[in-house]
Design a binder for this molecule. Structure first.
Ligand code: DGT
Ligand code: CA
Ligand code: CA
Ligand code: ZN
Length: 573
């Protein structure tokens, strides 16, 4: 994946924020923001582009192209450094609080001299913010929520960022001479939604070459501990990586131990103890004689404990041991089972790529169907109209004829309004192949109002999928406060699927909610919500989340053949 693009997206976004808080031109800030998003979603790796190529990226003109070149050659942008110097460090700490925003952060500093999270908490509790213009009880509640989210997230990072880093490290270490096996373990192998640190394992006779190779990687900023069994480093992005080198014949035991979760390991060790065995990262041993029984593969270890091999995404001690003992582990949905994507955007609304490019990228993924679901008019900033959507439908139908192996569905992502109403009347909705509906605003309604709103959307016969149902953004925005058991029951009753939005910042529904919804008999749609061709591969994170929610292929409507899917989308037809 285009990693440099992400770095440039981040630094230009920061620049836009800095312009905004230092009282710069709002139009200028906005143009940097647009360029940042366009670069993040641009399919070509920016490091392969010359200045002319860079200016072909939407919203990138000469001045931004120059800044990108400066960053790629020197690792810094002097204009950004200057702006950074001009704001106090304490304000930067405040800006990091989700839901506060740069403007308010600066106001707090200038009016009240607040320059740390602790001082801000004191001020909220002392009710000292209420006199400030633009601040009220609601802002205070938001600030407290934002701080709580930030503290809960701690220094954990999103799954995809950890995955990108881990895959690069595994690829590097696999090329070192003497490497027999190399893999990532820990929470990353279990595909948790956030990752504390990356655990990498190598099987080899000599450990030193691997420890040295990790320390020498270009993205290694600091070596925290350097030993014969374990080396820990911190990457330039502040992410910790633990590398352990195991004797080759301990590979399975080490992989099982360091995959965790700890609670799962406690259960497997208990099972061992009851059988007069001892399980460690080196193998499964006879407790009395100390003789090693098995250690080279995970399968052997689970088998010797009387268990089938348990997929890492289930290893959380959430009933997988009991299910395994009963022989009732689910057959989990896999990425190969996915036949198509049901929630995607184009540049007709807020997507970055034209229809043709999105469709070509979907076809390259081998999908047998693909839905185009741009936003509807109630998100006013998207400027959607009936005319535009009908014109898009014609283009979709035409492309559909050209793509032999892949059927195109023309759909829309409706906006669920404050009362549960959506953008268009039924007769117009009837013209779409698929209607999703999602909440995009009014997140702070009462629990009753939010529940009614979601249930009403489920009851609309034309709506067959609820998009990103809780609207959370991991580490940034909490889930809406609705009675989700009531929503899940409504979905089951009305035959409405719940989305598992695969965007790594959303993963919405998350694993625990999926487990609950499944008990109500709900079906699911795993969607990328792609706004760019580079987002289509996020599907893997949605599938992993579905696995963590114990889903099988049948639970997921976009593994179904198209005829069966169409009956689900339009039961009356
Ligand atoms: P993270 O890094 O917070 O996202 O979560 P994990 O699960 O990767 O945790 P981490 O990195 O502390 O340890 C990796 C795995 O190693 C963990 O899932 C289980 C295993 N492990 C580490 N320390 C212990 C321990 O003291 N006891 C047991 N049973 N297992 C451990
Ligand atoms: Ca870890
Ligand atoms: Ca670790
Ligand atoms: Zn969307």
């Amino acid at each position: 994946m285009a990693r440099a693009n992400d770095e440039i997206e981040a630094i230009l976004q920061e620049y836009a924020d800095l312009i905004a808080i230092t009282g710069g031109d709002a139009f200028r800030a906005r143009s940097y923001e647009k360029a940042a998003r366009a670069i993040g979603g641009y399919p070509a790796d920016v490091t392969t582009l010359d200045p002319k190529g860079l200016r072909e990226i939407p919203h990138v003109g000469k001045s931004i192209a120059d800044k990108i070149v400066e960053y790629l050659t020197s690792g810094r942008i002097s204009a950004v450094e200057e702006r950074r110097q001009s704001i106090p460090a304490g304000v930067r700490e405040l800006i990091a609080i989700p839901m506060l925003g740069p403007k308010k952060a600066l106001l707090l500093y200038e009016e009240l001299g607040i320059s740390s999270v602790d001082q801000l908490l004191d001020a909220v509790h002392g009710e000292r913010l209420r006199d400030l213009r633009g601040f009220g009880e609601k802002t205070e509640a938001n600030i407290l929520h934002g701080i709580a989210l930030m503290q809960k997230a701690g220094t954990r990072i999103l799954l995809n960022a950890a995955m990108d880093a881990a895959e690069r490290i595994v690829a590097e270490l696999s090329g070192v001479e003497g490497c027999e096996r190399c893999a990532y373990a820990g929470s990353l192998r279990r595909m948790r939604e956030t990752i504390g640190d990356i655990d990498v394992l190598v099987a080899a006779d000599a450990s030193a070459p691997f420890m040295d190779a990790l320390a020498a990687l270009p993205n290694t900023a600091e070596v925290i501990a350097h030993g014969a069994k374990k080396t820990s480093i911190r990457t330039t992005k502040g992410l910790q990586v633990d590398l352990r080198v195991l004797p080759p014949d301990s590979w399975g035991a080490g992989l099982q131990y360091f995959t965790g979760a700890k609670a799962h390991n406690i259960r497997t060790r208990e099972i061992a103890v009851r059988q007069g065995l001892k399980l460690s990262e080196y193998g499964l041993f006879d407790a009395e004689s100390g003789e090693r029984i098995v250690s080279s593969t995970e399968e052997e270890i689970y088998e010797r404990l009387g268990l089938p091999w348990i997929p890492p995404t289930l290893r959380e001690d959430r009933g997988e041991i009991e299910a395994a003992l009963r022989g009732e582990l689910p057959v989990l949905v896999t990425e190969e089972d996915i036949r198509g994507d049901l929630h995607t955007h184009t540049d007709l609304t807020d997507g970055l790529a034209p229809l043709e490019e999105m469709v070509a990228a979907a076809a390259a993924r081998g999908y047998s169907y693909y839905a185009v679901t741009d936003h509807a008019p109630d998100l006013a900033m998207q400027r959607m109209t009936k005319e535009k959507t009908l014109a898009q439908r014609e283009r979709v139908r035409e492309l559909d004829r050209k793509h032999k192996g892949m059927r195109l569905l023309h759909g829309t992502e409706l906006n669920i309004g404050p009362e549960g109403d959506v953008d268009w009347p039924d007769d117009f909705l009837a013209g779409f192949d698929i209607c999703l509906a999602s909440i995009h605003s009014h997140f702070n309604q009462s629990r009753d109002a939010l529940t009614r709103r979601l249930v009403r959307a489920c009851e609309n016969p034309y709506i067959s999928v609820i998009g990103h149902p809780t609207t959370r953004r991991i580490g940034k925005r909490p889930p809406v406060d609705a009675d989700f058991d009531a929503v899940f029951a409504a979905c089951a009753r009305t035959g409405t699927a719940l989305e598992i939005n695969a965007h790594p910042e959303r993963l919405d529904l998350g694993d625990e909610d999926i487990l609950r919804a499944k008990r109500h008999g709900v079906r699911f749609a795993i969607d990328s919500d792609a706004h760019s061709t580079t987002h289509l591969p996020y599907m893997r994170y949605g599938v992993a989340t579905a696995q963590r929610g114990w889903l099988s292929k049948d639970d997921v409507v976009n593994t179904w053949p198209l005829t069966k899917l169409r009956r689900f989308l339009r039961p009356s037809v």
